[in-house]
Design a protein around this ligand. Structure first.
Ligand SMILES: [Zn+2]
Length: 490
């Protein structure tokens, strides 16, 4: 027997037909068909007629993308997340299903102060592929939970909708941003979706727009703090933060920008990508993250009458030359350079431009820094330097120009729940600052080498970041192991 055209007896009461759906979406029939064919709207055939769940139409209206069918119950995953959180957050109690999963994941990242969240299918050594959620903290990347990988497509699709990305596109990398205002503090998240062999990989970077950054909060050592504030007060020329990747130079740059940006100062930040937005700063994002020069965008933003310009990074000779020119024409330029130490940073600028004159005239300060993990205050205990330790740290002491004796008392974290057993909590910056002055200028004009400059500086009582680090270790703020690790001397 042939099936009747429609069998309304089998249609659940709450389904709506196509005419009603088109009416709800205020669209035309051809457009609606296009959405349906491309999978943007989820529908089902009942006999020969299309029928729709109101929830799917609502999702489309909200731009949330179609629902993804979960092949298995999500409740156990939510229970796992709640257990990782310690208890169920009061405000998420009313949520259900995958919406709850997404919020629980975000809450976990937020309450543990993670900087990044990674969710992806990974091949496990036991020969099984599983979904893995990992969080990055100061102490490194930690797996938080593993789950059935079949949860992931639906979860990643949810995150794509949140981030304004296309949930149907699983073939090309996508990037987006969204805010989570539900947690204890507002956070902004940058999402990156990467197609991979075992399924898409999601990386979230947690940005905290409400978190204040100021120079005073950085607690730089007094001489460096003073040099930086003096250079900022001059109001023109280049202030350069430098160091390797992950040394906190962007944070210092932002703090410096916060110090000068105000209602009476036109400040523009040119970055790729924009990490965060500040009061009284016009943030401009350049198109590409893949090493594109800042020169083009810089040329056009100079038309907008700026006083202070933050340039994400001095990546190429053209940008260096342009930044120096801008500095020389009475603008304050805050920027960063990837280099080993402040002296080498200056020499590199001279080398790139071929002009010691331009560099000594335009540059006001080069700051170089590293990040040290801070001893956890909750499990701090006293350690006595042994003979073998003195021997193994000898290269470090030599480089910092100090010698520590056997029996020297130091403090160190033992490892406790508050620091996830690492002995460290939070970070501190160790720094060196090289302000331009007549003596340094003369050395650069004379083509002096790094060693000679360092020697001359030493005679004036100048000390480098490693010496700052050793001071901090002796003051109980960090450990010898940590300093040796950061200095690459372990
Ligand atoms: Zn601890």
């Amino acid at each position: 027997m042939q099936a009747p055209e429609t069998d309304l007896h089998e249609t659940p009461q709450d389904l709506i037909d196509m005419e009603a759906a088109i009416e709800l979406l205020k669209t035309t029939r051809p457009t609606f068909y296009r959405w349906l064919r491309s999978g943007r709207i989820k529908g089902m055939k009942v006999g020969r007629q299309w029928r729709f769940y109101p929830e799917d139409i609502e999702r489309f209206l909200k731009g949330q993308g179609p629902r993804v069918d979960l092949p298995l119950d999500i409740a156990p995953l939510n229970a796992q997340l709640i257990s990782a959180l310690g208890s169920e957050p009061e405000d998420l109690r009313a949520l259900e299903g995958i919406e709850k999963t997404v919020r629980l994941i975000l809450r976990l990242a937020q309450t543990t102060q993670a900087s990044h969240l990674h969710l992806e299918s990974l091949y496990q050594s036991e020969g099984e592929t599983q979904g893995v959620l990992r969080l990055r903290h100061e102490s490194g990347l930690t797996p938080v939970l593993t789950c059935d990988r079949r949860y992931l497509p639906a979860l990643i699709s949810q995150f794509k909708s949140l981030a304004g990305c296309d949930p149907l596109n699983q073939e090309t990398p996508q990037e987006g941003q969204f805010s989570d205002l539900s947690g204890p503090e507002n956070i902004r998240l940058r999402a990156h979706f990467l197609p991979a062999l075992l399924g898409e990989s999601l990386t979230l970077t947690l940005l905290k727009p409400d978190q204040q950054i100021s120079l005073d909060m950085l607690k730089l050592r007094p001489s460096v703090d003073l040099a930086l504030k003096n250079a900022l007060k001059q109001g023109w020329g280049l202030i350069i933060t430098s160091g390797p990747t992950g040394s906190g130079k962007t944070t210092t740059l932002y703090a410096a920008l916060q110090e000068v940006a105000s209602a009476t100062v036109k400040s523009i930040a040119l970055e790729s990508p924009v990490e965060r937005v500040f009061p009284w700063v016009v943030s401009v994002q350049t198109e590409s993250e893949s090493g594109e020069s800042f020169v083009g965008p810089l040329k056009s933003l100079m038309q907008s009458d700026p006083d202070v310009i933050l340039i994400g990074e001095l990546r190429d000779t053209e940008t260096v030359e342009m930044a120096l020119r801008i500095g020389l024409t009475g603008h304050l330029v805050l920027t960063q350079l990837h280099c080993e130490n402040a002296i080498q940073g200056l020499l590199r600028l001279v080398d790139l431009t071929g002009s010691a004159y331009t560099v000594t005239e335009a540059v006001k300060l080069v700051l170089n820094q590293r990040l040290l993990r801070r001893n956890c205050p909750a499990c701090l205990h006293q350690v006595v330097l042994s003979k073998s330790q003195v021997q193994s740290f000898e290269p470090l002491f030599a480089k910092a120009g100090k010698s520590l004796k056997v029996g020297t008392q130091l403090q160190q974290g033992k490892g406790c729940p508050a620091c996830q057993g690492t002995g460290y909590r939070g970070r501190l910056q160790i720094t060196e600052a090289l302000p331009m002055d007549p003596a340094l200028s003369q050395l650069l004009h004379q083509d002096a080498e790094a060693g000679e400059i360092a020697k001359k500086l030493k005679q004036t009582g100048w000390s480098n970041w490693l010496e700052d680090g050793l001071e901090r270790v002796l003051a109980g703020e960090s450990s010898l192991d940590e300093l040796a690790r950061v200095a690459g001397l372990l």
